[in-house]
Design a binder for this molecule. Structure first.
Ligand SMILES: [Zn+2]
Length: 281
């Protein structure tokens, strides 16, 4: 039944050996078994390997789930201004710190959150400064002044690099744990202790919008607390964050009366209000 290691077609076998139609299923079983015996031949790549190349703007547009608004204008803008599709340097630095590569969609989500998160300029300022790594840390200050210590001002044990100061310093870890607990308290959701979630606001999929809204405000208040206590070795407290979030809520209520977008957070604050009234007692 084999010719050159290939199974003869059923019709051909029928004609040659007088096989009834009823045995067609048995033939297919044999065919399926034979296929499983040898690995499928390796597929020739259609194009040369392109692991190193990042997607162009057009490719990213075609492959990402949801197209941006006004895609034609977006493409024209790209053509006219010849936007560079290579990843910006600060994204590569973050990826090096996180020891993982974030894909185009994840970065696009981070940028979108950074752009649309809030209307408050102070909040925008702090989240952008963190994203673009604008804060001057001891290691960068030492480059300007070699007499300065490059050690982290909090723990005095490790070089004060951006990632250390914001995330891995032994003195900052308890603060992030408190923030994680606060998020759990008010949203009943465990936000994984991953730096891209807390520092860049890349929230996991499937979180309800109202919980996302509160998480963003908690995370921004945390970044703000660290930023305000820059170069201070006093341990950060959750109380200042809670106060800052409550102040934000009050401003949002005021803004609700003035702007059309403010109603988005109206119901989201319900669980915060319950938490805050409990804490205040
Ligand atoms: Zn440290």
């Amino acid at each position: 039944i084999l010719t050159n290691d290939k199974l003869c077609p059923f019709k051909q076998l029928q004609a040659k050996h007088n096989i009834p139609d009823s045995l067609c299923f048995s033939y297919l079983q044999i065919q399926s078994w034979l296929r499983k015996q040898k690995p499928p031949p390796a597929l020739e790549p259609l194009t040369p390997p392109q692991q190193e190349r990042h997607l162009s703007i057009l490719e990213a547009l075609c492959t990402q789930g949801k197209p941006p608004s006004k895609p034609v204008s977006f493409l024209y803008h790209d053509i006219i201004h010849k936007l560079n599709s290579a990843k910006p340097k600060f994204t590569l630095v973050w990826e090096l710190d996180f020891q993982q590569e974030l894909d185009e969609q994840q970065w696009s989500k981070i940028f979108k959150a950074n752009r649309k998160l809030t209307l408050c300029t102070t909040h925008i300022e702090v989240s952008r400064k963190v994203l673009y790594q604008w804060h001057l840390v001891p290691t960068s200050l030492q480059r300007f002044n070699p007499h300065k210590s490059d050690l982290c001002w909090r723990c005095q044990a490790y070089p004060g690099m951006v990632y250390h100061v914001w995330w891995t310093c032994a003195k900052i870890i308890p603060f992030w744990t408190q923030i994680s607990n606060l998020i759990r308290d008010i949203t009943q959701i465990d936000l994984p202790m991953q730096p891209e979630r807390y520092l860049l606001h890349l929230l996991p999929l499937g979180i309800p919008k109202s919980a996302q809204y509160l998480m963003y405000h908690v995370l921004i208040s945390a970044l703000q607390a660290i930023s305000k206590n820059w170069l201070s070795s006093h341990p950060l407290t959750l109380a200042s964050c809670i106060k800052a979030i409550e102040t934000t809520r009050k401003y949002k209520i005021m803004a609700r009366k003035a702007g059309p977008q403010a109603h988005l957070g109206e119901t989201a604050w319900n669980s915060w209000n319950i938490f805050y009234s409990r804490v205040e007692k």
